[in-house]
Design a protein around this ligand. Structure first.
Ligand code: PLP
Length: 434
């Protein structure tokens, strides 16, 4: 039996070396069970990962079956049935937006691969001068150095600043409810942001820009802030005008969490050229992510394969068990019509938070990807204390970066009415205590 360890006695280089971590022993539905038998309602699916909750028998069976058949065959020699079926399903579900899928293991790997694919696309087309990427302040794209360069979460970047790439340039995020001027409606606000993009294109030289990379819904850093009306369509036009690719990072906000499969489908139906997905793809049962590739990129790279191959691969890409788990996850979401529950429970969560939780400035988000921002001042923040108190009372919620005083809710898609109310009660009680 593995004994729970704490503090100094653990050999693990944990995220924090000064904190004692509870041992998660098992899980069932929306609950994680601690080694002492107590349980925590997983109100954020970790970080928007466990969309089917814990212990789902269908996914577990798919993993076991694939492990019995074959765990691993290197992707430079072989493909596998679950990988092919999963790729096919993702293409079919994307209504023509994508024609190929590259599987990876983490969100950061997917972002790195999308960045390199965008660069390779331009090299293959004879436009090797396209070296710059336009990204946004307060974005989060992962922790590897390319992804960290693309992102802009100051506390995460600070120590590594000298190692980051100067090819990444940042414009303002899209946060209408916070950043619009009093006289600006959504259209005028988007006009202003597009002018900032134009200026960045001009400064860099439009023919030096490889791609614009954004999260259609900001997740970890700003907390469930979706693009304003018209923003994605205008950005699509701008990229097309300047010959740059458009990349959406939907590692956190996608795969059903906003109530549609992809967040962009709820935000004007504007498809990108490349898209990253992760977290909810395998629901945490296996580490798996992917780059979804549109026909524009795929065709150029296919036709130039021999002269300019895409030299970017990872040992575990297309891992058979990862793909089997993700295939079972996505089939379950479809079979059980879980996106309808995402919409229904998302509305209930929204209503309950507004009615029960004090000191709120804003509830925002789509589907089961919501954030509650507190009406506090920069010198008196409470989100971290609320999240800590929630955990001690039996619910885990995700804490945003210090850029906003907010917590994020991203419960499993299988959550029911009673569990939503239990989650909100814990948050309301914790906020009152703090
Ligand atoms: N992109 C986005 C939008 C994310 O939210 C994250 C993780 O939170 C990542 C990329 C990185 O994913 P991973 O932690 O799996 O590397």
């Amino acid at each position: 039996m593995i004994m729970p360890v704490n503090g100094q006695s653990t050999a693990i280089f944990h995220r924090s070396l000064n904190k004692e971590y509870d041992t998660a022993s098992s899980g069932s539905g929306v609950y994680i069970v601690h080694s002492d038998g107590s349980r925590t309602l997983d109100g954020s699916s970790g970080a928007a990962v466990s969309c089917l909750g814990h212990g789902h028998p269908v996914v577990i069976e798919a993993i076991v079956q694939q492990a019995r058949k074959l765990a691993f065959a290197h992707s430079s020699f072989f493909t596998s049935d679950p990988a092919e079926q999963l790729a096919q399903l993702l293409i079919e579900q994307s209504a023509g937006a994508f024609t190929k899928v590259m599987f990876l293991s983490s969100g950061s790997e997917a972002v790195e691969s999308a960045i390199k694919m965008a660069r390779q696309y331009h090299v293959s087309r004879g436009e090797a001068g396209r070296v710059n990427f336009i990204c946004r302040e307060y974005a989060y794209h992962g922790n590897t150095l390319g992804a960290l360069s693309a992102g802009f979460n100051p506390p995460r970047r600070q120590a590594f600043e000298p190692l980051l790439s100067s090819a990444f340039h940042h414009v303002s995020p899209c946060f209408f409810t916070r950043d619009a001027k009093a006289e600006e409606d959504e259209e005028a606000y988007v006009d202003r942001l597009m002018a900032e993009y134009e200026e960045m294109f001009d400064t860099l030289g439009p023919s030096s820009v490889a791609a614009v990379l954004i999260e259609p819904m900001s997740g970890a850093t700003l907390g469930a802030v979706h693009a304003a009306r018209g923003y994605l369509a205008r950005l699509r036009d701008l990229c097309d005008t300047h010959g740059a690719l458009l990349i959406f990072d939907e590692v956190m906000c996608g795969m059903g969490r906003p109530g549609t499969l992809h967040a962009w489908q709820a935000l004007g139906n504007v498809a990108p050229d490349l898209q990253t997905i992760g977290k909810g793809l395998g629901a945490g049962y296996q580490p798996i992510s992917a780059v979804l590739v549109g026909s524009k990129v795929h065709q150029v790279m296919q036709s130039s394969q021999s002269s300019h191959p895409f030299i970017s691969g990872h040992t575990y890409q297309g891992h058979s068990i990862g793909c089997a788990a993700a295939l079972a996850t996505q089939q379950t979401i479809i079979h059980d019509n879980l996106l309808a529950n995402v919409v229904r429970m998302g509305e209930l969560l929204d209503r309950e938070l507004r009615e029960q939780v004090p000191m709120l400035k804003e509830i925002r988000g789509l589907g089961l990807f919501k954030a509650a921002e507190f009406a506090t001042s920069p010198t008196c923040r409470i989100a971290a204390d609320v999240a800590r108190t929630c955990f001690s009372k039996g619910a885990a919620v995700y804490l945003c970066s210090p850029a906003v005083d907010a917590i994020v809710f991203a419960p499993p898609f299988i959550i029911n009415e009673r569990e939503v109310k239990e989650l909100v009660k814990i948050v309301a009680d914790s906020t009152k205590d703090v």
